[in-house]
Design a binder for this molecule. Structure first.
Ligand SMILES: NC(=O)c1ccc[n+]([C@@H]2O[C@H](COP(=O)([O-])OP(=O)(O)OC[C@H]3O[C@@H](n4cnc5c(N)ncnc54)[C@H](OP(=O)(O)O)[C@@H]3O)[C@@H](O)[C@H]2O)c1
Length: 283
């Protein structure tokens, strides 16, 4: 059985690929730029872009299962190509934003719902992995931590239950390698709700440095986020993220049981994540 991993250069897809490699499964990966993807030489990497579904024809030949990065552009076309290739099961990275009833004006919720609805209608078996906030979101702080030992935040008391990308990937791999997960939607979070300020402190402990939090205005944060998102940024997206962060001030993040349900153990902690990533923040 060949498993195709899309988004294989990303945080979650990269970990799915690494974990599948360790199991000896037969895998293939895609990247829009295989030459610069930096994936292990043993991996069969093909060029493919979800925005151009026809580019997946070769990559999907002989593939039985797919780990799918959620890109709404081209999703219908991708599913047609996957169906023609007799793909049996799609394990899609989605989001908790799609799981909770909510604001249909939220760009994050709507893009994931678009992908989920298309897959549900495709006739291909599916499983949705629906994580909340990624611990990797804090990698956006790495530059200012390395340069000045500072993190600038508008709402440092905002809470979330960040999840380690290894846990998201481990759930996806368990689903890819075992039967019994068809039509399941797994809601995933870390096991503890913590403030952004506490996350900064835990990164400081991991790198052995005392870090400072500087409170910035919402306007300053807006400008920073627009720059961070580059071509994917929009006023609507950035404002929606800032609204969510502000609403979570002194409000504990949701705790979901997907990791325990699938893996039978507690999620990794943010402190463990910070140690796993200390090289990103050191220097
Ligand atoms: N951040 C959060 O808190 C959060 C929470 C819930 C869900 N999510 C979901 O998780 C996603 C981020 O996952 P991540 O952190 O693993 O990603 P990432 O590290 O940002 O990497 C993005 C990956 O997607 C691939 N990709 C992007 N556009 C593509 C396209 N048009 N065709 C094919 N591949 C494409 C890239 O591959 P190449 O560049 O090699 O082509 C890369 O491997 C978000 O977009 C969201 O859907 C995020």
């Amino acid at each position: 059985m060949t498993i195709l991993v899309t988004g294989a250069t990303g945080n979650v897809g990269g970990s799915v690929l690494q974990q599948l490699l360790q199991t000896g499964a037969q895998i293939r990966a895609t990247s829009r730029n295989p030459l610069t993807a930096g994936l292990p030489e043993s991996v069969d990497v093909r060029a493919a872009d979800l925005a151009d579904p026809g580019s997946f024809k070769e990559a999907l030949e002989g593939v039985e299962k797919v780990f799918l990065f959620p890109s709404p552009a081209g999703i219908e076309g991708f599913l047609e190509v996957a169906k023609a290739a007799n793909v049996r099961h799609i394990v899609a990275l989605s989001s908790l934003a799609a799981a909770y009833p909510g604001d249909n004006d939220s760009p994050v919720r709507m893009m994931h719902l678009t992908v989920e609805h298309a897959i549900e209608k495709s006739g291909i078996d599916w499983t949705f992995v629906q994580p909340g906030a990624f611990a990797t979101n804090t990698l956006a702080w790495a530059r200012s931590i390395r340069q000045d030992g500072v993190v600038r935040l508008p709402f440092p008391d905002s809470q979330s239950s960040p999840i380690h990308e290894y846990d998201i990937a481990e759930v996806a791999v368990a689903v890819l390698l075992n039967d019994g997960h068809t039509s399941a939607k797994y809601r995933l979070t870390g096991g503890e709700s913590i403030t952004q300020h506490r996350q900064v402190d835990l990164i400081g402990e991991a790198v052995g440095r005392s870090l400072r939090v500087e409170v910035q205005t919402r306007d300053e944060a807006y400008e920073d986020l627009l720059k961070q998102f580059g071509q994917f940024g929009s006023a609507k997206l950035v404002n929606s993220l800032l609204d969510m962060t502000e609403a979570a001030v002194d409000h504990p993040g949701d705790l979901e049981t997907g990791v325990q349900d699938v893996l039978g153990r507690e999620p990794r902690t943010f402190a463990e994540w910070a140690v796993d990533h200390k090289a990103d923040f050191a220097g």
